[in-house]
Design a protein. Sequence first.
Length: 290
Amino acid sequence: MAFEWTRTDVTFGEGFLRIAREQVSRAVAAALDEATIPAQRIHESRRRCKKLRALFRLVQPDFRRYRDENTNVRDAARHLSEARDANVVQQTLFDLMQAAGRPMPAIETEPANEAKEHAALVRFAAEMEDMLSRSQDWNIAKIDQHTIEDGLERTYRAARDAGKATLADPSDTGFHEWRKLAKYHWHHLNLLEQCAEAMLGSEASASGDLAELLGAHHDLAVLAEILASDPDRLGTNLDIAFIQDAIKQRQTLLEAEITPLGAQVFAETPKALRKRFAAYLTAWRAYEAA
């Protein structure tokens, strides 16, 4: 089923458990899918982890296992991060040079260690299977509409505040923190989209666009950091000054898109957002009961 509460969920708690177990199961399946190249398996497994962490955050107020299970998912995903991060840096540099009309420099990279990647994926799958087993004992009794409202408002407020602080005093660290929180909010909108489908489709789309722009900004910041600290990691024939200047120019262009879109996505006060979603959820549940 989709990554969202649906009309077939009897309670919000049961819906949470269903969604969580589906995402864990799909993470395991992606990790063990030997018909797919390791890089894609790693990407898909990490994507499921991000969805899980967003789901956990939404029900955090009444999910007693939140701290432990959120940490478990975070740590499991980190075991897969090395290969993915290297690929992202290379792709970011390729896109930057292509946009600048420059040839892509030859990047000196070590050949993929398939045995190491395979071992990491098997370990990840085992960790996720352990979580799937533990989920049978999760206490979901207190997870209800008020839980969802609390989690939604809390994350939205944090993302909104992070955006204001970052735009007032821009920094790569600030944009990175805003990116994480904005992405959580985007996932939350996707999780709740069925409660007001006609209203939330465009809202979720705009939130996703913002998260993507912030992600691109962060990828450039990572590339800039590598060029400053360990440029030989990317090769010995790089025009570092040119690339650094291109990064700054690209980030400036991204910020010009991020600023108005961020203002639109986070235009409401947190209290107004909560009130609106409380109305959506109440009407949706009332309709189902009828």
